[in-house]
Design a binder for this molecule. Structure first.
Ligand SMILES: Nc1ncnc2c1ncn2[C@@H]1O[C@H](COP(=O)(O)OP(=O)(O)OP(=O)(O)O)[C@@H](O)[C@H]1O
Length: 275
């Protein structure tokens, strides 16, 4: 194990590659003309891998998460999940966006149960899992509340429980902890680490927090300013479970923060990115 974050050599587990992006480019059509938001980017994420994307505001991180979750079709290039071109949100995917997007007419428990209802899963089993998830997110006792009765951070935790309900093989999370206070954010990060270690889903996490990325990820992808391209791909090699207070974690974090800051300075040369 190296003592610093290193450029990724890449790895694939026996389940193969889960997410592939080949020369994916996004141009938004706007009233004032096309906006070249992203790419071309090439990115392979192995099944079971935890990958975070970091980059300056407006560089196309959310755009990338929308491509992977089937909400946005590439203007050029191709994105695949499990070898299949993405044309709609994949069934096996849990998605959490910055905005919790809960249904105000359903209770907290009913919101978490939504994916099970949609796939007609057995009620009793799903309720038990939902209750467990809510308890681990610090929401025991709030099951019968409506989303508008909760704080922004609590709503976001409900959205995270909903995404985890069916133990998805793939999780796409766009700033899922952005609305949480610092303590809850850390606790949810550690909870996500626990879930990942237990079930090994493939995770694509968009975050502004380098510290969170270092805590959770196998790889950290750094994007340039718009149009976002991949300028570095770091592998984080400290053993799990990791903790924020770990001296080794702190060393990684400090090392990465200075590397990423240098990379994002205007005029900095890009490090070679793994394709
Ligand atoms: N629907 C849209 N129509 C036109 N332009 C868009 C649209 N969505 C995003 N953009 C533009 O594309 C670029 C990338 O946006 P995106 O939301 O992916 O960035 P981001 O890296 O996630 O930003 P942040 O970190 O601030 O959330 C931005 O310049 C944004 O203005």
């Amino acid at each position: 194990m190296s003592s610093a974050a290193t450029l990724s050599a890449g790895k694939t587990d026996e389940r193969g590659v889960a997410i592939q992006m080949d020369a994916v480019t996004i141009r938004y059509n706007t009233r004032t003309g096309p906006v070249h938001a992203l790419g071309p980017i090439d990115l392979d994420i192995a099944a079971g891998e935890f990958v975070s994307i970091i980059g300056p505001s407006g560089c196309g991180k959310s755009t990338t998460s929308k491509v992977v979750s089937g909400l946005l079709k590439p203007s050029a290039g191709e994105a695949r999940v499990g070898g299949e071109r993405i044309t709609k949100p994949p069934q096996s995917m849990g998605i959490v966006f910055q905005d919790s997007l809960l249904m105000d007419w359903r209770t907290v428990l009913q919101n978490v149960l939504l994916p099970a209802d949609m796939r007609k899963r057995p009620k009793k089993e799903s309720v038990a899992t939902a209750m467990e998830l809510l308890a681990s997110a610090g929401l025991a006792g709030f099951e019968e509340k409506r989303p508008y009765e909760l704080s922004g951070g609590m709503r976001q935790r409900v959205a995270i429980c909903r995404a985890l309900l069916l133990e998805p093989e793939l999780l796409v999370m766009d700033e899922p902890f952005g609305a949480l206070d610092a303590l809850t954010r850390d606790r949810m990060g550690l909870e996500l680490q626990r879930i990942w270690m237990e079930r090994r889903p493939t995770v694509l996490l968009i975050t502004h927090s380098i510290s969170e990325a270092v805590l959770l990820s196998d790889r950290i992808i750094v994007m340039s300013g718009r149009p976002g391209t991949i300028i570095a791909d770091y592998q984080v090699e400290t053993p799990r479970p990791r903790e924020f207070a770990d001296p080794e974690h702190a060393t990684y974090r400090a090392d990465l923060i200075s590397k990423i800051r240098r990379l994002l300075e205007p005029g900095a040369a890009a490090e070679p990115a793994r394709g």
